[in-house]
Design a protein around this ligand. Structure first.
Ligand SMILES: Nc1ccn([C@@H]2O[C@H](COP(=O)(O)OP(=O)(O)OP(=O)(O)O)[C@@H](O)[C@H]2O)c(=O)n1
Ligand SMILES: C[C@](O)(CO)[C@H](O)COP(=O)(O)O
Length: 250
């Protein structure tokens, strides 16, 4: 927890919903991704600690694999977590979008800011979490942490079969593009409305807010907030963790 991580001002309460119900198909065979070990500790526990590290976050709702709720509850009981934070576990759904909705449905009434954070981004620093919360407190209905891209991006006509060449149709101007991370932060009422009204499938929650015609703003993300998606990401995550442990002297 950073020293400048601030508690909630009177009248605002922040909860974090952590969708953790994915299988992790792209990571390869094994347990559901969120339950796989990183530095000897389940990835989900890292993600939970990353949210609870913010003094502003007083509730974390974990959306567990549908058949894994008891296991996730036991994991939370077995690992040291801040006492000032409350925890809830609910079963997830078939898609990330559905899992987030199930997490939102479980929120008690007295939270007005909601973070949505992928269990698959276990190493996000607390300063990034706090920057997102701060931007919501300052009045943005939806906030995403984002980074500029290192690669040039092409829009293509997707191949009919894997491995076939794909015609390039456009090259968006890279300086205007951002890679978007989590936690994404929202006014609770706006996010709930988005999940109740937007029926298109989206790849992030902020995309639903855009569909409502509301302004989403980006704040600086962090390179350590990357998503563990493929096997090489796990190698990078282990290296980041090892570097942190070296710097912390244990
Ligand atoms: N039905 C789902 C699918 C995904 N997620 C969560 O959404 C986050 C981002 O999804 P992703 O990284 O794509 O995870 P998976 O869906 O597990 O990965 P894959 O697509 O490789 O199976 C993860 O924390 C994942 O657990 C979820 O809660 N419920
Ligand atoms: C929400 C997200 O992490 C923002 O980059 C991303 O869209 C999740 O995508 P996934 O395919 O469900 O991992």
């Amino acid at each position: 927890m950073s020293d400048d991580s601030r508690p909630s001002p009177a009248g605002t309460r922040t909860a974090a919903v952590i969708p953790a119900a994915g299988r992790g198909v792209r990571l390869g065979p094994g347990a559901p991704k969120a339950l796989r070990a990183l530095g000897g500790t389940p990835m989900l526990i890292h993600a939970v600690r990353a949210m609870a590290a913010s003094r502003a976050v007083s509730l974390v709702v974990v959306v567990a694999p549908p058949d894994g709720t008891p296991e996730v509850k036991s994991l939370l009981d077995a690992h040291a977590l801040p006492e000032r934070t409350d925890f809830l576990v609910v079963p997830g759904g078939d898609s990330r979008q559905e899992s987030v909705k199930l997490g939102l449905d479980a929120l008690p009434p007295d939270y007005d800011i909601v973070l949505v954070h992928d269990a698959a981004r276990p190493l996000v620093p607390v300063d990034t979490v706090d920057a997102v919360i701060e931007a919501v407190r300052e009045g943005a209905p939806a906030v995403v942490p984002a980074l500029p891209l290192a690669d040039t991006v092409k829009e293509v006509e997707p191949a009919a079969a894997p491995g076939e060449p794909e015609p390039v149709v456009a090259t968006p101007e890279r300086s205007r593009l951002r890679a978007v991370q989590t936690p994404q932060g929202f006014e609770r009422a706006t996010l709930v409305r988005a999940h109740e009204t937007v029926t298109d499938s989206v790849t992030d929650d902020a995309g639903m807010i855009e569909q409502l015609g509301l302004q989403v703003v980006a704040v600086p993300g962090h390179e350590e907030a990357f998503k563990v998606t493929r096997p090489l990401d796990l190698v990078l995550a282990e290296a980041v963790l090892a570097r942190r442990r070296l710097n912390d002297g244990f």
